[in-house]
Every structure is written in structure tokens, then in C-alpha cells.
Design a protein around this ligand. Structure first.
Ligand code: AMP
Ligand code: GLY
Length: 442
């Protein structure tokens, strides 16, 4: 890898300066970001902290925890890091951006104050209510008995949510009262999500398809990425417990330009304005998860970061140099940049450990990745993997099988053909990623 300040030449023969970059995180999203950044002509040294078994092949993995902000900042200073990119939610919620900025270090992501929009669902719900942003009607509880009485009065279906960060597993859509009571007990009595369950939201159950909106923000301007659709529950047909996300397709073909403009005007821009008014101006990626109901689009939750696995699909479609995009966000210059996307579709199907999203085994050998990557259009991003003599599992979501193609069906075929080459004991995945959209005739 090249050193910082080493000069490269672009295709016009002009000299360009290279940049050392640090990515914080260890999931499929971070592998996909590293893969895309590694293609930039301006890239110098590329580090991922802590990284995974896939990032070690294209970057240097650094053994620092994603939540260790001060150690990360020291590393960035010492290694002349020009830009740090934060992947996951917890470092943002803990204030990694504030720590870096206070030391004059450039970093992509919102401050701790702005990241509250994800870290506290209670904060987000109140902000939406006060700003007239469409979302499910809700109540917030701190006491189990009050929540229980309310749920018994309200009846099912209902959704019970831990307010804090819970690895995507803190929301319990409950079709029956018994399930809602169990969810309350799990969060508030058994403390399944620890202090993330100090406050609990009980909200109306919304029907409709879910989509993921991603808005890149530089504090003044915001730009929407293509729409994506995630599949949260562990089993086909949206059954079973929620996970961090089992697979994505992008773009969502039935979302037209007018719907997207409405989402921008009614949700994204008012949210950013409300945050600015609270002196929590947002820089980075604001990712509202939406339910497209008969009454229009409603916010299920906000994330203050890029989605995973959405980002794995996005990086396959992005044409523009990712470093240019991230620089524009950090420098307040988004209005000067046109972000270009390849046509066609990208999908990501997640291969997870047996037992995920509950208990699962680790250190299980993984086979067949190079055979799978021979399928046209397929690239595999690693999440819970590590090397110890050979590639093995080290997490719940293990691999993201991404494919690109002209049509959605062709793209899905490629991803599932690749999956047939891969084996690890206990491997589970959804066989119906994108199926709802295919059944709509796309
Ligand atoms: P959240 O963490 O709030 O995004 O919720 C995780 C998942 O739970 C969402 O992606 C939905 O699938 C489901 N969910 C959350 N809120 C609702 C709701 N009000 N109605 C129906 N499903 C919901
Ligand atoms: N795609 C789910 C998430 O990133 O939270």
C-alpha cells in the first residue's frame, strides 16, 4: 500500500495526493466500504478497526475495539489518517465523532447529540411528534406495571420496543396480547437488552412493505441514495425473531420518483431541520426505516449510519469514487457533487450461523468462497469471520453474498447460485430475499 503524501497520477497524468483512511467496525458494511474505497485512485493506507476475515485481504486490520474512541483517535493521529469512517451505531452513540473532532481529526458520522436519533427511540418518537413527521402513534414507559396495563387495555396487534440500542433485536412486533406481555417481561423484567430497555415504546402495529431510505448529509445539504429493502426476521415469509438484517435488494423498483420526493419533503428534510433546531445538526448518513402504509409512508425508526446489509448492495451500485462522496459530506460540499449509480440491481443475501439471532456456535470452518465468487456479478463480503489457520465463523451474520445484474430475477439467481457453493455447519439464510417484489411482477 502507498504512503500518505506519496503522489499518484490520475488518468490525465496529473499528480494527486493519496489519503490514509481508517474504517471503524467489523461487519459486512465495513468490508463493502473498504472494498469500494480500495478502488479510489486517491487511497493511501487503508485500515479497518477491528475488521474481519475479509477486510484483512484488502486493508490492514487494527486490533482496536470500535468503541474505544480515544485509542482510535490516537491511532488516527499517529498514522496520519486523513479521514475516519464510522460504520456501526454504538461508537456514534458513545461520541466517537466528538472525540475525533475535538482533536482536529476528520471523521464521517454524526456527533453524539445527533446520533441520539438512533440511540434513543424515545428521543426520536418525541422529535417526530413535535415536528409532525408521520410515525405510528405511541406511548413511552419506564415502569413495567404501567406498560403492562396499557398493553392489556390497548390489545394486539402492537409493537413493543426497547428504546436504546439492541443490535436490531429490540423491536417486538406482537400479533397477540400474550406475545406483547412476553416482550414486556423480556425487556423490562429479564433485562434482555440491559439498560437499552430502561425506557420502552409501545406503538401501533403498521401494515405495509418496509423500505430503507439513506440520506447523506453534510449539515446543510442532503442527498438520497437509491431505495433499498431489507428483510429483518430470521425466517422466510417474515417469520421468526428480528435480526440485524438478513438480505437486501436495491433499488426498490415500485418506489417512483414522486414517492421519493414526498419521503424527502415529509420525512428526511423535516427531521434534519428539527435536529438543527435542537443544535444537533446531522452530518453522515441518516437512515430512516419506513413502512409504506395505505396512509402513506411512516417512520419505524431512524438509524444514524449506513445500513447493513443495505451498504453491501449500495457499494455494488455506486459509480462515483466513495472517497469523493465521504469528503463532500465531511467538508460540507455535497451540493457540489453529483453522485452516480450503475443501472440494474444489487442484492445481498446474508448467511448466518445456526441459532442466530439467539445463541450460536463460533469457530466453524467456512468453505467454497472462491468457487462462489466465480459466478458472474458475485462478490462476497465478510461479517462474522476470522482467520486462524483457515477461515472460520466468529459472529451471527457471517457472510454477505452480493450480486449485481440487469434484472432483479437475474441478480437474485446469481446470488443464490453462489450460495450453493458455500458451506459451513449450521449455515442458515432466507430463500425469499426479493421474492415479494418478484411476485409483484418486477
Ligand atoms: P425498529 O428497530 O424500530 O426498526 O424495528 C425493527 C423491525 O420491527 C422493523 O424493521 C419492522 O419490521 C418491525 N416494526 C417496528 N415497528 C413496527 C410497527 N410500528 N409496525 C409493524 N412493524 C414494526
Ligand atoms: N439493515 C438494518 C440496519 O442496518 O439496522
Amino acid at each position: 500500500m502507498a504512503d500518505i503524501n506519496k503522489l499518484h497520477f490520475n488518468n490525465k497524468g496529473e499528480k494527486i495526493m493519496v489519503n490514509n483512511i481508517l474504517i471503524i467496525g467489523s461487519g459486512g458494511r465495513e468490508h463493502a466500504l473498504a472494498w469500494k474505497l480500495a478502488q479510489s485512485p486517491r487511497i493511501g493506507r487503508l485500515y479497518v478497526a477491528p475488521g474481519n476475515g475479509g477486510t484483512r485481504d484488502i486493508a490492514e486490520n487494527i486490533a482496536i475495539k470500535a468503541t474505544d474512541a480515544k485509542v482510535l483517535a490516537r491511532f488516527a493521529k499517529k498514522n496520519s489518517i486523513v479521514l475516519t469512517v464510522v460504520g456501526p451505531d454504538d461508537p456514534l452513540a458513545l461520541g466517537v465523532v466528538d472525540v475525533f473532532q475535538s482533536r482536529g481529526l476528520r471523521i464521517f458520522g454524526p456527533t453524539r447529540g445527533a446520533a441520539q436519533i438512533e440511540a434513543s427511540k424515545a428521543f426520536a418518537k418525541r422529535l417526530m411528534r413535535n415536528s409532525g413527521i408521520p410515525t405510528a402513534p405511541f406511548r413511552i414507559f419506564r415502569k413495567y406495571n404501567n406498560a403492562l396495563n396499557y398493553v392489556r387495555k390497548h390489545g394486539a396487534p402492537v409493537v413493543v420496543k426497547a428504546s436504546g440500542l439492541a443490535l436490531g433485536k429490540g423491536a417486538y412486533p406482537c400479533k397477540t396480547l400474550a406475545k406483547a406481555e412476553k416482550a414486556l417481561a423480556e425487556i423490562m423484567l429479564e433485562r434482555a437488552h440491559k439498560q437499552a430497555g430502561n425506557e420502552v415504546i409501545v406503538e401501533e402495529f403498521l401494515d405495509g412493505q418496509e423500505i430503507s431510505i439513506h440520506a447523506l448529509c453534510d449539515g446543510k445539504t442532503s442527498v438520497l441514495l437509491p431505495t433499498a429493502q431489507d428483510h429483518k426476521p430470521i425466517f422466510d415469509g417474515d417469520k421468526g425473531k428480528n435480526t440485524g438484517g438478513m438480505g437486501t435488494i436495491a433499488p426498490v423498483p415500485w418506489i417512483n420518483a414522486q414517492t421519493l420526493r414526498d419521503v424527502n419533503e415529509q420525512i428526511v428534510r423535516p427531521t434534519l431541520r428539527a435536529l438543527t433546531k435542537k443544535r444537533r445538526s446531522f452530518t453522515g448518513c441518516l437512515y430512516p426505516g419506513l413502512k409504506m402504509t395505505n396512509e402513506g409512508s411512516k417512520v419505524l425508526e431512524y438509524n444514524a449510519r449506513l445500513g447493513d446489509p443495505e451498504t453491501q448492495s449500495y457499494m455494488r451500485l455506486l459509480k462515483t469514487d466513495l472517497l469523493d462522496v465521504l469528503d463532500a459530506c465531511v467538508d460540507g460540499k455535497l451540493s457540489e457533487l453529483t453522485i452516480e449509480w450503475n443501472s440494474g440491481f444489487a442484492v445481498c443475501v446474508v448467511l448466518a450461523s445456526g441459532g442466530y439471532p439467539e445463541k450460536y456456535k463460533e469457530k466453524i470452518p467456512i468453505f467454497g468462497i472462491s468457487e462462489a465468487e466465480k459466478i458472474p456479478g458475485v462478490i462476497i463480503f465478510h461479517a462474522g469471520t476470522m482467520y486462524s489457520d483457515q477461515l472460520q465463523t466468529s459472529g451471527g451474520r457471517v457472510l454477505g453474498i452480493t450480486a449485481i445484474g440487469e434484472t432483479l430475477q437475474e441478480t437474485l439467481n446469481r446470488a443464490y447460485e453462489a450460495i450453493r457453493q458455500i458451506k459451513f455447519k449450521g449455515m442458515q439464510y432466507r430463500k425469499d430475499i426479493g421474492a415479494k417484489i418478484i411476485s409483484m411482477g418486477f
